[in-house]
Structures are given as structure tokens and as C-alpha cells.
Design a protein around this ligand. Sequence first.
Ligand code: F6R
Length: 603
Amino acid sequence: MCGIVGYIGKKEIKNILLNGLKELEYRGYDSAGIAIIQNENMQVFKAVGKLENLERKTKNFKTEGFGIGIGHTRWATHGKPTELNAHPHLGKFSYVVHNGIIENYKELKESLEKKGYQFVSQTDTETIIHLFEENYKKSNDAFKAFKETIAKLKGAFAILLLTKAEPNTIFFAKNGSPLILGKNDENEIFFASSDAPLIGHAKEIVYLEDGEYGYANEKEIRIFRNSKAIEIKFSPLTDDKEFAQKGGYRFFMEKEIYEQSRVVSETIMGRVTQDSIDFDEFDESFFENIENIKICACGTSYHAGLASAYLFERLAKIPCSVEIASEFRYKEPLLNKNTLFIVISQSGETADTLEALKIAKKAGLRTLAVCNVDNSSIVRLADTTVLTRAGIEKGVASTKAFATQMMVLWMLVLYLANLRKNIDKNVFEKEIDAILHTPKILVVKNHLHEKIKRLSKRYLHGHGFFYIGRDLFFPLALEGALKLKEISYLHAEGYPAGEMKHGPIALADPELFTIALMPKNILYEKIKSNVEELSARDSTILAISPYEFELADDFIKTADYNHPMLEFFEMMLIVQLLALEIAVRLGNDVDMPRNLAKSVTVE
Ligand code: F6R
């Protein structure tokens, strides 16, 4: 999500850091900063907005000779994109940059505040630097203090820390967020959260593993695991930048599909415990007297809204309706003040959704945005926002944004169900178990991807696709069809399986491909008969199900989960990969499909 870089050496440090950050800017850019120690002097610069603002700010600053530095480009998760919230965060004599989320930052912050530490930002990261300085006070040993600090942190992190106490050393740690260390023959050392900034600088790199930490200076690099120094195995670095930015994947869309497990854990982090769901963004009073919910969004975000409506009604027992924003805005809607108005948007800039939000605000409704981009127009306008924490999505076809929207909405459903005492304790606990299990389901298994690659060659022609599903899986069918048409340019429709017989079944023949979502936990027998009807009319069937289905021409077996949302997320992965592989075989530009734009700021 955010990007971090670090440097130890004799070259112009500012340029190395800024150029490194430029390579990472695609990951997040609401603010950026650098900190440098040279000749025991510390310098820090921060700027809100794109990196060019930081470049402008540091125009007259230069370094000569040996020094160390760290830099960060931020994508807000805790706190608004302001200069105070931008990294590096500072203590009295140390600086830190951090990617990830410190889950237990509130407890740590409280105990540090009791000891007299003053926090100037709203971030979770600031706790790290005060905790480090507190630990240093006790031992006067910077490495010991760093070790004790990271031992106290829960959550995901990649950390680089500088301190005047050891002015030639960078301390580092990794757990759950990526961190790479590189070096070259000129005795320079580099750090970065992905390999793109290292290309052209480092010759050899090592990808740190979770739980590893250490320090580096001109004399030595030491990496530790469980308090023991490990042997460092460097490997040569590629010199292909584009390849590195995509993390070795062929397309950003593919990379983003693979990232879903990690970003969904970030969506959950700090919001879900074994027996509760909590959001920093609002308290219970925000929902006082709410009688029903209306959701407005476009495209993929609309599909997330549609799927969540089943959950709002079933689990939280709140009536919920969903509308396409471009339809809503001109229908002269009748609105009621006791309606909670939810808008969903990856970009936060979609013109139709923004307009729908304005209408709701004008009518005096309480408004909540589910959004991926902090400080976007929608976030600024809504009464409150839950950020989805997907990080920048580059592929035009939305994937990880959808997964994180679904997760936020599911958590919101359970939060409200609990608040309104509409959910049995056992059911609530089962839902939480399923939420916590979801990141595992989203890990793409090699054999599954390979199978879909092979299978895709049979689905390149024909006169159309019907993705069918029921209940929650109907919006997923819509989403699967949208993914396919966007990037393959093949005609695809999502349809409620039970509705096929009311017309569309007339299209059935061997050239009509039916992609059937047949989960075990929702209406399996019903959808089975719907698919049988299509099979009887000779449609070519690709069944996606945990149960073998003998009438299928192709079959993707899913796991035998006991929760519909787990099946939902697994099938979501499958339809995303299927669209990707069909488009790849057709030779299309998956990341920039024709006629589409990532952010639709016009009507
Ligand atoms: C589909 C897709 C679009 C967007 C839609 C809304 O892959 O990306 O359908 O979902 O344009 O965009 P946001 O979520 O930014 O409001």
C-alpha cells in the first residue's frame, strides 16, 4: 500500500531516496517524506500530495559524502493525508517509516501517553518511534531497544528506523509487509518495499522473511530471526523495471488478484477480534434511529452493494435497497431521514456516485462511504468513511477493490447486527471465524490458476456467456460477467439462475457458455435444476462447485466450506482468473482495455 526506501552510502542521498519513491508512487501518493542523517545532523522533509511537492520542497537541499536516509510514500489507513500524518514519524532523536498496520497501537499509545509522550499525528506508526525511544532510555543500546520495540508490535509491518544514538545505522524489521535489502560493489546498501527502486542501484538483494529484523551500516549487515543471527543469502537482481513493478506478474490485474489475500487482511486488521467488530470511524450514535439502508454505486462497486444487501437483510435484519447511481440521481427519489445512505467507490471520484451522495446529503440523510482513496471527493463529502485499504489499484478491471469492499460491508453488517441485537451469539462467532479465515481462501493456489489457464482455451469463441447464480451469488455472477466483458470484449451477462427460464434460455445452444456458480451453502438444489434446464438445451456448462456435477462440460471444484461467504470469495477468485486468462489468450491489453478509464469522473 505505502512504499518505503532506505539508503546507506556516499551518493547524493536525497536523489536516491526521491528516485526510489518515484518508483513506488504507483502504490500510494497522498503524502511523502524523507529523513536523512549526515555528520550527526538530522533533516526531515514532508509534503502532502504527489511526490513532486516533496521534490519542490527539497530543491535546495543536497548531501555530500557518507550518510543514511529513509523515505516513504503514503496511502492513508489511519488518519488523514496531512503533513503531520506523513512519514517519517519523529521522536526526540529518531525517525521511522512504516508500511502496514499496527493493530495494538491504541494500547501502546495509551501507555506511552501515561509516561508523558505526546503524539502529534493520528497514525498507528507514531507509537513505534516513542516506544523505541522509551526502550532506549532504559538500556542506551539502540539495537536492544529496537528489538524490544518490534517484539511489542502486533499486526503487519515493514519498518526502517534511524536514530542519532547510532547515526550510521539503519534498523529494519519485517512482518507481513514486504521489505527487500540490496547491496552493490560500491559498499552501498539499499532498502525498498518492492524491487523496482533497487534496479540500477543494487546488484544483489535479499527478500526479508516475516519475523526477521536487524541492522545495517557501512561495516556490516546483520539479520536476525528468533534472536539468532542468520546467514544472509543474496540473489542477483533483475534489470527489468516494468517486470519489477508488476512484482513479476504479467499484468497489474494479475498482481492485484494475487494481492487480495494480503489486502483483505489489512481491511480486517484492527477492526475484528475473536468476539467483536469495531470501527474507529464512528460510534453507535451514528446509527441511532436508522430504519433502513440505501446503497448507491456504479459498476463493480454496485455489485458489492448488491451482494451486501442480502447480508444486511439476512444477518442484521435491516431493510436494504441498492441502486445504480446514474439511475438514482435522476429518478427524483423519495428519501426518508431515517435511511442510512451508503455509497461505495474505489476511486472516490466517480461522478454519478458523488452526485447521488450530494442528493442524499441535501435530503438530510446520514451518509457513509466505503472507499479506497482517502481525501477523495466522496470521502470529503460523506459524514463518515470506512477505508477499504486495498492500496492503489492499477488494473482497470477492479479486483482487489471489490474484495475489500465486500469485506468492509460484511463487517459493517455484523457490526449493525450486533448493535441492534439481531444476531445470535453463536452465529456472530461463526461469522467472525469466517471473516478471519477469508485471507487464507484468497491465496491463489498454483494448481487452480494452472487449471483455469488450460480451461480458458475452450472459451474464446461462441456467441455469449451467461454467468448464473442465486442469492449472494447473483451479484457475483454479474461481477464475473463484467470482468470478462471488460477485458476480453466477449459478450457476457450475469443473470439470476432462476430467471433464465423466463426468456434468456431461448439463447441456449452449444455456443452459449454457461458459467454456473453452484455453492453448497445457498440453494444448491435450486441452482442445480436451473443448470440442468440449460444443459438439456445443450448449452456448454462450466460448473464451479464443491459438488461434482455430472452434466457439466467443464468443472472447477471448490473447497467444501461451511460458510457461504467463504464460497463467495473462492468463486470470486475463480471468475477473476477466468476473465484474465481468456483475455490473455485473446491477446488483449488486460490492464488498459479499450474504451475504459480507471476513474469515471464524467457522467
Ligand atoms: C469494473 C470497474 C468499474 C468501476 C466503476 C465504479 O472493473 O472498475 O465498473 O467499478 O466505474 O468505480 P468506483 O468504484 O471508483 O466508483
